[in-house]
Design a protein around this ligand. Structure first.
Ligand SMILES: Cc1ncc(COP(=O)(O)O)c(C=O)c1O
Length: 357
């Protein structure tokens, strides 16, 4: 028998998530395609990591990442029972699917959004409902409710649009549904506000945070989930037993105990976001205001479409993200906001291409 015939049909039928290109570290590229932070983590985190490289590495890590949950509880004024830790927030998304989605169950999300939601749903043999954002980019509350989904995923700020739906609409959805509403706040630290104050009002709300963006630790894979203690208990059952390694736990605690030290980098990125938005507009790109550490730019009319811009920038060693699979995004580029020097480098590359048009 062909071993491939044993693969679950839902897995065989799924393409799998394709992350942005990750070139080797020694390649001289300006990497603006996966929304990493251009600034190094503060020395206090580096030192904690350094100190943790010792004999204890032969031991398994604490399975529930207790120290991380306690540090998160202190940082965000929660109880540690309300925190689940993931190997990146992607791990928490997988855990949510495993906890709530049986074959045939529905997962809904406004569309376009983070494409991993659909991939994970299909791998779980669930049914994914892509519900178009309202024209105004408000939350499509009624259409989301009409799907009857068990899980509703809302990225806020959303990727790739960069907008943050009004919190009041999230609250309205939580009240109107008995489904689990997941507020994916991977980019929340770059936004003007966040959904944490809603948590105590809605038992069906789960909030996810990532250490990959504002906390400069994408390489260590750390995410947090905030939710009711009862739901957290269920999530722990589906968690990989030791899902966060020792070094990641140490770095996560150091980061959570020193959150104020990440603020200068976050502020710098917000400043550069404004600069980049204005400079791209000056060059004929349409750029909506963003609340995240990236902008979504519609390319100017001309012989280059989104794909050509992406590949021509790549010839200049500048990587940006292009979502060719979605016709609504065919003329758009998602560009990570980085340092001022890097933004000038990007703009110089764009000017070169515009001149050669
Ligand atoms: C909306 C959204 N959620 C979650 C993630 C994943 O974050 P992590 O690196 O914590 O797994 C990303 C990564 O790009 C994202 O864009």
């Amino acid at each position: 028998m062909n071993p491939l015939s044993l693969v679950r049909p839902c897995v065989a039928a799924t393409e799998g998530y394709v992350p942005g290109e990750q070139p080797s570290d020694d390649q001289p590229v300006l990497k603006l395609n996966t929304n990493e932070n251009p600034f190094a983590p503060p020395p206090v985190v580096m030192q904690a990591l350094h100190d943790a490289i010792n004999d204890t590495l032969r031991l398994y890590p604490e399975p529930t990442s207790r120290s991380v949950r306690q540090a998160a509880a202190a940082a965000f004024q929660l109880d540690a029972d309300h925190v689940v830790v993931g190997n990146g927030s992607d791990d928490l998304l997988t855990m949510l699917m495993r906890t709530f989605i049986a074959p045939g169950d529905g997962v809904a999300a406004p569309d376009p959004s983070y494409t991993l939601y659909a991939t994970l749903t299909r791998l779980q043999d669930g049914v994914f409902h892509a519900v178009p954002w309202q024209e105004t980019l408000d939350l499509p509350i009624e259409p989301l409710l009409a799907t009857g989904a068990k899980l509703m995923m809302i990225a806020r700020p959303n990727a790739p649009t960069g907008h943050a739906v009004p919190l009041q609409q999230v609250s309205q959805l939580c009240t109107a549904t008995s489904a689990i509403v997941v507020l994916d706040e991977a980019y929340a630290d770059f936004a003007d506000d966040n959904g944490l104050p809603l948590l105590s009002h809605h038992h069906n709300l789960v909030i996810l945070r990532s250490f990959s963006k504002s906390l400069s630790l994408a390489g260590l894979r750390i995410g947090l989930g905030f939710l009711s203690a009862a739901l957290a208990e269920q999530m722990h059952k589906v968690r990989d037993s030791y899902n966060l390694d020792r070094l990641a736990q140490v770095a996560a605690v150091a980061a959570l105990q020193n959150l104020e030290q990440f603020q200068p980098a976050v502020q710098a990125i917000r400043t550069e976001r404004h600069f980049l938005t204005l400079e791209l507009r000056r060059r004929g790109f349409q750029v909506a205001d963003s609340q995240a550490n990236f902008v979504l730019a519609t390319v100017p009319a001309g012989r280059r479409g989104g794909q050509e811009w992406c590949s021509d920038l790549k010839t200049l060693n500048i990587l940006v993200r292009y979502f060719g699979h979605d016709p609504r995004l065919a003329d758009k580029l998602r560009i990570t906001v980085a340092t001022h020097t890097e933004m000038l480098q990007l703009l110089a590359g764009i000017d070169r291409l515009l001149e050669s048009n």
